[in-house]
Design a binder for this molecule. Structure first.
Ligand code: SAH
Length: 460
């Protein structure tokens, strides 16, 4: 047994100073050299904590009292910020949040990627770090009093915290949820009970086009039909901007929110919105960036890093509804997009047409299959490859094809700095160098950070 194990035990009450913030937003402090993670704390806080779990080298503790608040501590606007799983950093000054996120990217590139002298540019923060989300997904459950709970999951659990108002969601959400609560009550719609996998209404998905004002409501149900849907439509239609009301069928016992089948109830089966001058059609099942203002900055940055002159062939992998592809198409000769969700590709093609953009072509399939196959069969030439993968990053086989195709530039848009660092390391070991990297805050008050990196071929 080491002296560290003796030093800290479960249920100990200790006083520590928070010195750092971990990847999931927990404060990190030391007691006699033993590391403790404490939720809801900020660098500089002097706190009393209770040890909840003590492992060999580190443990977890609960905040009992703030003895001396940090200069970076602020009072969260949201009264349930500490319970709700959506925001982890509302108690931290926004500038400090940005610093934390930039450091997170730097740390990953250093530790995982092995990079030195990183060409990091200053993080692009938000001017208004509240009410920025154009998409909200509210889980519905059963409260102890038999009424519906509609809100958000508490951190790391599926306990639903009833919510009247979310400070990062669109303001129109309140009226929609209020009406749906009364609808559920009046027509005895049974909320879903996850454990027992029974009940009807599982989730409420709301999407808002920030530039057009279009609103979409999609009710996810564990069944084939929503009773009294006419009454639902009558009520929702009165909400300003309402353009699309639909049902999504999800009868699986799963954590995945949306099923595959959409049944339109009223209005259009999609909404439209703009990013810059490009108009996008968005279906309920398609991925669309949740923070439209920062997305414009993100795409402008990707376009700047791509440095297009007009004669380039560009591939946009993981293209969603063609958002980045259409941005790039304005400056390139030809853009090819690849995306795994068929509905998103339908949107991408429709979006190209909607904007009279003729130099794009879209393919459905996994990037790690489509690109290697195309390259093998057609020996493709390409100048720039843009990738924007989900958190797990790119498959090794895709990275191999990218290096075999040897484009002059690879622009990597990432929502997870750890997998970004891993993938950039591979590219650097195979003929590329890291030229520029910059984080963009798309999700204030959460620990997530988006960033863009430019890799150039070394022999250019
Ligand atoms: N570039 C788009 C979407 C980025 S999100 C935008 O900015 O809006 C990542 C996208 O990758 C999602 O649309 C997801 O459906 C898609 N995706 C996930 N795995 C994939 C894979 N293996 N191949 C291609 N696309 C994939």
């Amino acid at each position: 047994m080491t002296s560290l194990q003796i030093a800290v035990r479960k249920n100990d009450l200790l006083e520590i100073t928070i010195e750092d913030i971990g990847n999931d937003g927990q404060g990190i402090g030391k007691y006699n050299g033993y590391t403790l993670f404490v939720k809801d704390t900020v660098v500089g806080d002097r706190v009393q904590v209770k040890v909840m779990k003590a492992g060999k080298t580190y443990g977890y503790a609960k905040l009992v009292e703030i003895l001396q608040p940090s200069e970076y501590r602020v009072t969260p606007r949201c009264p349930i910020a500490d319970k709700c799983g959506g925001c982890q950093l509302q108690h931290m000054d926004y500038q400090k949040q940005l610093e934390y996120k930039e450091n997170k990217v730097l740390n990953c590139l250093t530790r995982i990627g092995g990079f030195k002298d990183i060409p990091m540019e200053p993080i692009i923060g938000m001017d208004q770090p509240y009410y920025y989300r154009n998409k909200s997904q509210f889980p519905v459950g059963l409260r102890k009093d038999g009424k519906a709970a509609i809100g958000f999951y508490a951190g790391r659990t599926h306990t639903i915290i009833d919510t009247e108002h979310c400070y990062i969601g669109a303001k129109v959400n309140d009226d929609i949820i209020k009406f749906i609560r009364s609808f559920i009550e009046e027509y005895k719609i049974e909320p879903y009970q996850e454990e027992a996998h029974k009940g009807l209404l599982r989730h409420i998905l709301i999407r808002v086009g920030f530039h057009t004002g279009d609103v979409m409501v999609c009710l996810v149900i564990n069944g084939n039909k929503l009773p009294h849907s006419q009454e639902l439509i009558q009520g929702l239609k009165k909400i300003p901007g309402m353009k699309s009301i639909c049902i999504n069928i999800n009868k699986e016992k799963t954590n995945v929110i949306l099923g595959e089948k959409i049944i339109p109830l009223w209005g259009e089966p999609y909404i439209t919105d703009y990013i810059g001058s490009i108009k996008y059609r968005i279906s309920p099942l398609s991925f669309y960036q949740v923070n439209p203002i920062q997305t414009k900055k993100l795409y402008d940055l990707a376009l700047e890093y791509a440095g297009l002159k007009g004669d380039e062939i560009v591939w946009d992998l993981y293209c969603g509804i063609g958002t980045i592809s259409l941005f790039l198409a304005q400056k390139a000769k030809q853009v090819y997009g690849v995306e795994i969700v068929p509905a998103a590709i339908e949107d991408a093609r429709a979006n190209a047409e909607l904007n009279s953009i003729k130099n794009t072509e879209f393919f459905v399939g996994a990037a790690e299959e489509v690109l290697p196959n195309k390259h093998r069969d057609e020996n493709l030439h390409c100048d720039v490859i843009v990738v924007d993968p989900p958190r797990k990053g790119c498959d090794q086989s895709l990275l191999e094809t990218i290096t075999a195709m040897a484009p002059k530039k690879v622009v990597y848009v990432s929502c997870d700095p750890a997998t970004l660092a891993r993938d950039l390391k591979y590219l650097c070991e195979n003929g590329y160098e890291l030229k520029r990297v910059r984080a963009v805050d798309q999700f204030s008050h959460s620990v997530h950070v988006e960033c863009v990196a430019l890799m150039s071929r070394v022999d250019e």
